[in-house]
Design a protein around this ligand. Structure first.
Ligand code: NAD
Length: 293
């Protein structure tokens, strides 16, 4: 069994971005700039955004964090996005999800200029991805692809089972794994909350991507020998032994599943770190695209 190490791979991706950024700037271009919008004070969202901003600095990007109160009205948020859309200095815009109830998430995402849609959630980005056209790929699925690529994992003709069908993880990774490319060319089964015989389906999988958000859901008796297991889940569970008071759990029961796998991602230290690296990659692409336009 080999660990798919998000720390090593994300570091290597970030080193590449750092080098590209130095070259980009030395050619007279401006510093790539990511603007992040954070609404409210949700603990997990705060952590994610802080990490994104810190990682921007690491690779030589500029970043702006725009914070709004939990009670912000939709119109004010719309205005903020439109301002960022117009701002020539801003290459990438990300709106940290989830947003409070009074805000229509779909409406907000659809407002982001597709040329700055570094989260890859805009229908234009998703549509292009489905058609296999160059576009921004949502960061988590993109991070998984970069991870499989780094370890040169054979995917062609393999049966990949994706558990979860969300627009940000399950659905896009299922599309990417089925495309005629590397990594890809898998036969993909998408499972979800209404799937029957999930265990039997998982037992046929050469590759399993678990993205359902139920801690330690995937057990050893659901995984065949030598499967590749990618654990996307991130759930905070109460843990009095931790200073923070919580522990991070993946969707895979790592202790029992890992010994059966050929490759497996840990949580933390797996897909989460790749997600940030992929976001940086998208931001660099956005900056590059702008000079080509
Ligand atoms: P979501 O809640 O939007 O979707 C969950 C999906 O799982 C749904 O499609 C649902 O049908 C399916 N599901 C629920 N219960 C199921 C069951 N018993 N059997 C089969 N399928 C079931 O979640 P999401 O936004 O896709 O996130 C999934 C997990 O990934 C969460 O833990 C989230 O925190 C994590 N996540 C991690 C990263 C990262 O960077 N590592 C990024 C995004 C999300």
């Amino acid at each position: 069994m080999q660990i798919l190490d998000g720390k090593i791979v994300s570091q290597s991706v970030k080193e590449k971005i750092k080098e590209k950024t130095i070259l980009f700037k030395s050619n007279g271009n401006k510093t790539p700039h990511l603007a992040a919008i954070l609404v409210g004070t949700n603990g997990a969202s705060e952590t994610y955004v802080a990490s994104k901003v810190k990682n921007c600095e690491e690779v030589g990007f500029k970043s702006s964090l725009i914070r709004f109160d939990e009670n912000i009205e939709e119109a004010a948020l719309i205005e903020a996005i439109e301002k960022l859309n117009r701002d020539e200095d801003v290459d990438g815009i990300l709106v940290q999800l989830p947003l409070p109830k009074q805000i229509n998430e779909e409406k907000i995402i659809n407002l982001i200029n597709p040329d700055k849609d570094v989260d890859g959630f805009h229908p234009m980005s998703i549509g292009k991805m489905v058609q296999g056209l160059p576009t921004f790929i949502p960061a988590t699925p993109y991070g998984i692809i970069l991870m499989l690529e780094h370890y040169k994992i054979e995917t062609s003709g393999k049966h990949a089972v994706v558990i979860g069908r969300s627009n940000i993880v399950g659905r896009p990774i299922s599309i990417l794994l089925s495309r005629n490319a590397y990594p890809g060319n898998c036969t993909v089964t998408v499972c979800h909350s209404r799937t029957k015989n999930l265990k039997e389906i998982c037992l046929q999988a050469d590759i399993i991507v678990a993205a359902l958000g139920i801690p330690e859901f995937l057990k050893a008796d659901m995984v065949k020998e030598n499967a590749v297991v990618v654990d996307v889940g991130i759930t905070r569970v109460v843990d009095a032994t931790k200073k923070s008071g919580f522990a991070i759990k993946g969707d895979v029961d790592f202790a029992s599943v890992a010994p059966k796998c050929s490759y497996i991602t840990p949580v933390p230290g797996g897909v989460g770190l790749m997600t940030i690296a992929a976001l940086l990659m998208n931001t660099f692409t956005a900056a590059e695209l702008k000079i080509k336009h």
